[in-house]
Design a protein around this ligand. Structure first.
Ligand code: CMP
Length: 146
C-alpha cells in the first residue's frame, strides 16, 4: 500500500552537490516528495535519531558528522515507500552496494576506512528501515507534519 518514509541526504552528499541526483533517483522510482527541508540538526535530534546505536564505538563519530552540518530531510510517499527507498539506497557500505543504487553509483567508502579514521561511514543517505521507524523519524524531523 501507499506508505511514507523518512530519508536524509547526509552531509557528505550535500557537500558533493549530489542532492539533486539523489532526490531524482527516489522520484524516478515513483516516490513523491511530501516534505523537504535543508536542516542543521541539533546534537539532541541526531542522538535521538540514532538512539539504537547509542553506546557503539562509531556512535560519537556518527552523531558529530550529522549534527550541525547541512542535511536534507525528506518525507517520501508512494507504494511500499520504505522498502523502495531502501532498495534504491543500496547496501550500507558503499563499496558493497550494487551498481544502480545511490551508494553503489555515488559512494566508495568502506567501514574499515571509517573506523580507522574514527568517523561516520560516508554513505550519502539514510532511509528508515521499517514503517514504525519511518513514523518515529517523521515526527522527529518534521514535528509540524506528524
Ligand atoms: P544509516 O543507514 O544512517 O544507519 C546507521 C549509520 O551508522 C549507517 O547508515 C552508517 O552511516 C553508520 N555506521 C554503521 N556502522 C558503522 C561503523 N562500523 N562505523 C562507522 N559508521 C557506521
Amino acid at each position: 500500500g501507499v506508505e511514507e518514509t523518512l530519508v536524509l541526504v547526509k552531509p557528505d552528499a550535500v557537500d558533493r552537490n549530489l542532492v539533486g541526483d539523489v532526490l531524482h533517483r527516489f522520484e524516478a522510482a515513483g516516490l513523491s516528495i511530501a516534505a523537504l527541508e535543508l536542516q542543521h540538526p541539533s546534537t539532541t535530534l541526531v542522538e535521538e535519531h540514532y538512539e539504537e546505536h547509542r553506546g557503539k564505538d562509531f556512535y560519537p563519530g556518527l552523531v558529530a558528522f550529522l549534527a550541525e552540518n547541512p542535511v536534507v530531510a525528506a518525507i517520501l510517499q508512494g507504494e511500499n515507500a520504505v522498502t523502495t527507498a531502501r532498495t534504491i539506497a543500496g547496501e550500507t557500505e558503499p563499496v558493497n552496494a550494487e551498481d544502480g543504487t545511490i551508494r553503489g553509483d555515488l559512494g566508495q567508502d568502506t567501514l574499515e576506512q571509517a573506523d580507522a579514521e574514527n568517523r561516520a561511514l560516508y554513505n550519502l543517505v539514510h532511509t528508515a528501515d521499517s514503517p514504525q521507524a519511518a513514523q518515529r523519524e517523521i515526527t522527529m524531523w518534521f514535528p509540524d507534519n506528524a
